[in-house]
Design a protein around this ligand. Structure first.
Ligand code: TNX
Length: 516
């Protein structure tokens, strides 16, 4: 008792901090949350803050660690995770598992921000991870040094209730036309995570290159992996590297969806193993460094092609935890319609045999497919409707709106314009729910923004096409359409500039955005 008294009496009185008025409703969050209720005070994030997570449930502590890392690299704060014995701890960020959320999505979260605590409730670690991004975005650029002896970042207080509109919010990177290193891909994934993306589709094979090691067919990468558009040296991911990418994405609650594009777009595979080349109208395989499409095909009537593809699908499926396996199926212009249908049906069955759901570009609707198979709409509304008629779901990637490789305007560097010029406002101003007339909302799995890489070969060029448009597609996937408005969004987008600059993102400085 004596010691207790001494401790209590001798402890200097805690300074009561008078927090300035803030307004949580004035935030620049992207994607815009479902509900924001301000309480006009603040949480003071500083060196006396600790993170505490639910340790019983899988993945919550990792979410806390991710937040701590980001706070360290951005603010140089050392915030302990699940170590509450430090005497100087005065404020807590509590990342909590809770089943009592009203919202149904696994990615839903509630954020309660008060003077001395932030409580983040989520059903799953994925939901907690999305909530952490909201918190990161609420940290002001400037600390306030006048409130306490140490720098303090004032996070506006209040309550945020949030969940995504669509369960599938993806971006695609074409690593076949140009190869991108593991580091470049990771950097892109980490940027996408900040905007609550949850899918990353890798276009791993095409005419100009095969980018994933297949142990049972080594020439795919020994030969097919050594070229790219423009004559560069190409490259490929070993299975270990691919697993590392999958794990890196998974730490960000992003799922990698592998694509092997077939029966067209297969020149690199056919160059590696000419026995699988279709012949007929298809061009004889040779190293291709040009940007043409539609001249290659697997031989659809050879049994050996399917034995080979069984190995390919099996090996990739074994290192790819996603429920999806993308089989491409686009622009098979030198495959006869009958051969195409035969091929897609055979390969879809192989994919299902290996426990995966097939995804294909909208052309696959010609085949008779299982209702579990997903169509990716890019250019044929009728095909999307056909897939839905068979009970299938659709990922929305209209080339005229959502293709990250389209030029912004006729003067912008990099990119193509065969589908459209897509300025930042054009990319934002459309509704995935109504874009294809007659497509019921319940059949729309979500949205994906593909970045084809014929005209880009490094992070700087990737950034220029992907940003800031990818930020808008994040909002189209997450936020309800009635809460979206370009005039209001463009202000929030302009406020992303410090984040983009801090991360050396070479974004396109569109005139449509009121950058500060
Ligand atoms: C069409 S979209 C393609 C790709 C090209 C892209 C360039 C689709 C399914 N196929 O092969 O890279 O256009 O914009």
């Amino acid at each position: 008792l004596v010691t207790l008294l001494i401790v209590v009496c001798c402890e200097p009185p805690k300074k009561k901090i008078e927090y300035p008025k803030t307004d949580l409703s004035q935030n620049s969050l992207i994607p815009k949350p479902l509900k924001v209720i301000p309480t006009n005070s603040a949480f003071g994030l500083d060196s006396k803050t600790a993170i505490y997570t639910n340790q019983v449930f899988d993945g919550f502590e990792e979410v806390g660690n991710y937040l701590a890392e980001k706070l360290k690299s951005r603010l140089n704060l050392d915030i302990p995770v699940n170590e509450l014995d430090g005497e100087s701890i005065e404020r807590l960020i509590f990342i909590n598992q809770s089943d009592s959320l009203e919202m149904t999505s696994d990615e839903a979260y509630e954020l309660y921000i008060k003077n001395d605590s932030v409580l983040l409730n989520a059903k799953t670690a994925a939901g907690a991870f999305r909530g952490i991004q909201t918190l990161r975005q609420l940290i002001p650029e400037q600390s306030n040094d006048t409130l306490a002896e140490q720098p303090m970042w004032l996070i506006p207080s209040g309550k945020i209730i949030d969940e995504p509109n669509f369960e599938y919010r993806g971006a695609m990177l074409d690593v076949a036309r140009h190869f991108f290193t593991v580091e470049e891909v990771k950097r892109f994934i980490d940027l996408l995570a900040y905007y609550k993306y949850n899918k990353f589709h890798m276009h791993l094979t095409d005419d100009q290159g095969w980018r994933i090691e297949i142990m049972s067919w080594p020439k795919l990468t020994e030969i097919g992996g050594q070229s790219e558009v423009g004559g560069g040296e190409g490259g490929f991911y070993t299975q270990e590297e691919f697993k590392d990418l999958v794990a890196y994405a998974a730490e960000r609650h992003i799922e990698i969806i592998p694509e092997v594009d077939m029966p067209g777009h297969t020149n690199a595979a056919n160059l590696s193993y000419p026995i699988f080349h279709a012949g007929g109208k298809a061009d004889k395989p040779r190293v291709r460094t040009d940007m043409l499409v539609g001249y290659s095909s697997f031989a659809a009537r050879k049994d050996t092609v399917y034995a080979f593809l069984d190995d390919v699908v099996r090996e990739i499926s074994a290192i790819s935890p996603s429920q999806y396996f993308h089989i491409g199926g686009d622009e098979s212009h030198v495959t006869s319609k009958a051969d195409y249908i035969h091929f897609v049906e055979k390969v879809e069955k192989i994919v299902r045999k290996h426990g995966k759901r097939a995804v294909g570009w909208n052309e696959i609707a010609q085949a008779n497919l299982d209702s579990s198979t997903v169509g990716q709409f890019w250019n044929e509304p009728e095909s999307a409707l056909e897939t839905v008629k068979k009970g299938g779901q659709i990922i929305m990637s209209p080339a005229t709106k959502a293709y990250l490789d389209m030029q912004y305007d006729s003067l912008s560097e990099h990119g193509l314009h065969w589908a459209a010029y897509i300025e930042v406002d054009e990319g934002y101003n459309w509704d995935p729910e109504t874009f294809v007339e007659g497509l019921p909302k319940e059949n729309i799995l979500g949205i994906e923004a593909p970045l084809w890489s014929e005209t880009i070969s490094n992070s700087t060029e990737m950034d220029y096409l992907a940003f800031p448009r990818a930020i808008g597609y994040a909002e189209l996937g997450w936020t309800n359409s009635e809460d979206r408005d370009w005039e209001e969004y463009k202000e929030r987008l302009a406020d992303q500039q410090p984040f983009l600059d801090r991360n050396d993102v070479n974004y396109y400085p569109s005139q449509k955005v009121p950058w500060k």
